[in-house]
Design a protein. Structure first.
Length: 554
């Protein structure tokens, strides 16, 4: 892992490079396309690997425990790492730390007399460790009350309490893992942060296969605790080397003068954490409503979400890579470059997630059957999960837009309450629609509420983009997003029709997904979508180059 990290990642950005360097172009231009392409490729490979292992993890749970009361108990305890992931790794902490480290690096390049990076680490890391450790102990002590609050309808909460005692440890380990990820990404180190879910899922899968026959679903909860430790261990060496290298190049910290300016205020921390917690409350609402439904409802919803979210994870990959770029551009006052980057990210992320949405809806039964229908997971579970997944997929574009837009709101390192307000509106819509729809359509009504609520939040966030964050051209972005939406509708219809004519689930999925991809690209090309233009240029260049080489050989 060590040698790989050095071979594929860009060099350090502790100092503002000279205009002639390739890794950091002149102010006002985009960062090196080669660097972004390399970082995106590395992140894509490791993200896909982590997602695949996540599916293997869910397959293991389905095989050993099916979709019954045992799985429901574990998934209630699983709420803790889900919330911790959102707060400490993916959203909350990253939105505060990446801009803070980016600004610290920019100020170091401007000749700050005391190293801002070391000052930031000294001021934030000990506090984070203390706070996350205390919260983990509180959750462990209050596990029975937490289970009663999350799922009051569970027939036997004791198993969920036992699992929660183990999963609560991840609050501390995820806090450290999220801190390392944010610091490394700000330094343009992407290998270790992108690989954390590979090791996390390996820990869970290993624990399930080795210990499940003896300890049941508690083995999966133990795997969560082990996986959290692995997430820290895989990043700590890279961060230590980076900070040590920074120390060698940093200004003399003993120099006189004022200390480094505060780069992270309490208000900023509060806004990002409250937003992330508010967003994760959608899951809490779903579990609460589903706990009163027949046994297995929570499991069906969970399996459907885990599969459907893969396109969303892949679509946000580029936004994760470019967040430090946007934050650095804003720190340097280059709003035009930040706006251009965000607009392109929104268009590309929309295309990726809508292509995945079309595949998920068109091939839902075949996909669930291939992934989970074995062992304790029955054909009835496949039908129920596929139906839920098709409804849940309707909100994937909303989830992607929220994930991309909120990065823009916080990329300037300033506190803003607007994302929290927008998310609160969406959560209120989720709760209201869910309370009404669960009596009509059961678990599908809960999935519908999720899709509707997150779509409302995405619309409010998009309309609220302005001069206090990244002033994107909203009408232009909406006009471009309409094109992949139209492509998704057409591709879903054709893909579903072709897949339903094939009996073999594997062949049906292959036919359906291939049809979806072909129709989706053709419609985008016909509508002249800007997001597909770089792909067309790349393919055209490759074909032209190959043709010239063949002609030269002849």
């Amino acid at each position: 892992m060590t040698s790989t990290t050095h071979s594929v990642e860009a060099g350090p950005v502790g100092k503002v490079p000279a205009p002639a360097t390739e890794a950091e172009p002149v102010r006002g231009s985009d960062p090196s396309n080669g660097f972004l392409a390399k970082a995106a490729l590395v992140t894509a490979v490791l993200t896909v690997a982590g997602s695949v292992l996540g599916l293997v993890r869910d397959q293991a749970l389905a095989h050993f425990f099916g979709a019954g009361s045992e799985t429901d108990a574990f998934l209630v305890a699983w709420t803790v790492p889900e919330v911790a992931t959102t707060l400490l790794i993916e959203d909350g902490l990253a939105f505060a730390l990446v801009p803070a480290f980016s600004m610290a690096l920019a100020r170091r390049g401007q000749g700050a007399r005391r190293d801002p990076v070391r000052a930031l680490v000294a001021a934030t890391l000990p506090r984070l460790m203390l706070a996350s450790g205390v919260v983990a102990l509180i959750l462990m002590a209050g596990a029975p009350a937490l289970v009663e609050l999350l799922a009051p309808g569970l027939p036997d909460p004791r198993l969920a309490v036992d699992c929660t005692l183990l999963t609560a440890t991840c609050v501390f380990t995820f806090g450290l893992a999220g801190y390392c990820s944010a610091a490394l990404r700000a330094h343009r180190r992407f290998v270790a942060p992108a690989g954390i879910y590979v090791f996390y899922n390996i820990g869970i899968i290993t624990a399930v296969f080795v210990l499940a026959p003896r300890y049941g679903v508690r083995a999966a909860a133990l795997g969560v605790a082990v996986g959290g430790v692995l997430m820290v261990l895989v990043q700590a060496p890279s961060l230590w080397r980076q900070l040590t290298r920074d120390t060698a190049d940093a200004p003399n910290e003993q120099a006189t003068g004022p200390s480094a300016p505060a780069l992270m205020g309490a208000t900023l921390i509060a806004t990002v954490l409250l937003f992330a917690l508010c967003r994760q409350s959608q899951v809490l609402i779903e579990r609460f409503l589903a706990s009163s439904l027949p046994s297995g409802a929570i499991s069906h919803l969970n399996y459907a979400q885990k599969v459907a979210q893969v396109p969303m994870i892949l679509s946000l990959m580029l936004c994760t890579v470019t967040l430090p770029v946007v934050a650095r551009a804003l720190a340097e006052g280059d709003v035009k470059r930040a706006r251009s980057r965000v607009e392109r990210d929104l268009g590309l992320a929309g295309c990726v997630v809508l292509l995945g949405t079309a595949v998920v809806i068109a091939c839902a039964p075949q996909l669930i059957q291939l992934l989970f229908q074995r062992g304790a997971f029955t054909a009835d579970d496949t039908v129920a999960t596929a139906a839920v997944m098709r409804v849940y997929a309707l909100g994937l574009l909303g989830h992607t837009l929220v994930g991309a837009l909120v990065r823009s709101y916080f990329s300037g390192g300033r506190a803003t309450w607007f994302p929290l307000s927008a998310m609160a509106v969406g959560v209120a819509a989720t709760a209201a629609i869910g309370g009404w729809a669960v009596d009509l359509w059961g678990v599908r009504g809960i999935a519908l509420a999720n899709a509707a609520g997150i779509s409302v939040t995405a619309f409010v966030l998009l309309c609220g983009m302005g001069p206090r964050n990244v002033p994107i051209r909203v009408r232009r972005v909406l006009g471009e997003l309409v094109k992949p939406v139209a492509a998704m509708v057409c591709a879903t219809g054709f893909g579903g029709a072709f897949a339903s004519r094939v009996e073999s689930p594997l062949l049906a999925f292959a036919v359906g997904s291939s049809t979806v991809a072909a129709v989706f690209v053709l419609v985008l090309w016909a509508l002249k979508a800007q997001a597909i233009e770089p792909v067309v240029r790349s393919v055209t260049t490759a074909v032209t180059s190959a043709t010239r080489k063949l002609t030269h050989v002849r």
